[in-house]
Design a protein around this ligand. Structure first.
Ligand code: 2P0
Length: 322
């Protein structure tokens, strides 16, 4: 194959990844657990261009920056190494999620790039190998390879650090996009800074490892209440540890806190909902499917709301010779 297109969607972690133990292999300090969403897809086409001396990266119809293109080239180098190729490529990617605003666009982006590039270069990778490859582009991308709910095993080396599907009860995530500017600190820099400077980081790592065990047990038991409690407390701890770095990193804005408060009030009123947020100000609210509309209506005055269900992992949508 010399051209291939893949679709992937973002995922939101219910148990978060925040810290690497190996920055080259992209091994996390803890495992994490996520829901791949059925909204905001990324579509990526990789076309081999034997006549070119460099890779080209077109993002949303515009030539990407040098920094973005270098990151894609480093990732394509891994694929070329696996395929025994030196051929350059043109990558065209379209993203429905707001890039760099805490909507997990790098997860969908690198899951789609891993699938499209491996197909274009003629590799046949199973889901585990694709998850390991996507991880090298962006850690959370390992999880967007997988349908529905995924656990990313921290692992001890390249072979053992991959995501796979887990059973979970039916759930929805209501995204509440608050009005916010583009974020200033990337997740990658922020997690490194947190690990280096927060006196609480080791407590974060220890407690997240325990949270993941408990979350997997709650998923097996189909215990929505426990899943929700763990989701919200793990997210708040992640934001606490970033704020305990020196200097502090704050992703949550007053508008985000208002959503966490409103969710608490919904619970107090008998509507079961739990909030989480990634490295940005937007909030995602976990509910049972039958409650999602009520949760969404109740939060609509606080941001742009959208209900997401569990979505498909990465898929190749077309391939051939150009
Ligand atoms: C997560 N996040 O588990 C956590 C929670 C954001 C907050 O994974 O350096 O883009 O590329 O591996 O995956 C975002 O970080 O970072 C992330 P890299 P990534 O979803």
């Amino acid at each position: 194959m010399t051209i291939a297109t893949a679709h992937a969607r973002p995922n939101i972690a219910l148990i978060k990844y925040w810290g690497k133990r190996d920055e080259v292999l992209m091994l996390p300090q803890t495992g994490s657990l996520s829901m791949t969403l059925d909204i905001l897809p990324t579509t990526t086409t990789v076309e081999l261009t034997p006549a070119h001396e460099v890779d080209t990266f077109i993002l949303g119809g515009t030539t990407a920056s040098q920094v973005e293109t270098e990151r894609v080239t480093r990732f394509l180098d891994l694929v070329r190494e696996l395929a025994g190729s030196t051929t350059r490529a043109t990558v065209r990617s379209r993203n429905e999620a707001p890039t760099a605003a805490g909507m997990a666009s790098s997860a969908a982006g690198f899951a789609a790039l891993a699938a499209a590039a491996s197909a274009a270069y003629g590799l046949e990778l199973d889901s585990r190998a694709l998850s390991r490859l996507a991880r090298r582009g962006s850690g959370s991308a390992a999880r967007s390879v997988i349908d529905g709910f995924a656990v990313w095993h921290a692992g001890v080396d390249d072979e053992t650090s991959f995501a796979e599907a887990v059973e979970a009860p039916p759930m929805r995530l209501v995204s509440v996009a608050v009005n916010a500017p583009r974020k200033k600190v990337s997740s990658r820099d922020a997690m490194r800074h947190t690990a280096l400077t927060s006196p609480f980081h080791s407590a974060w790592v220890d407690s997240t490892a325990r949270d993941l065990e408990e979350m997997q047990a709650a998923c097996r038991a189909q215990d929505f209440t426990r899943i929700g409690e763990l989701t919200e407390s793990n997210a708040l701890r992640m934001h606490a540890v970033t704020q305990s770095a020196q200097p502090a990193i704050r992703y949550l804005l007053p508008e985000s806190i208002a959503v966490f408060n409103a969710v608490q009030e919904l619970r107090d009123g008998g509507l079961e909902a739990y909030a989480t947020a990634d490295a940005g100000p937007h909030v995602f609210v976990l509910s049972q499917p039958e409650d999602a509309s009520a949760v969404s209506d109740a939060l609509a005055s606080l941001g742009e709301v959208r209900i997401a269900g569990p979505g498909l992992g990465v898929r190749i949508e077309g391939q051939g010779t150009s």
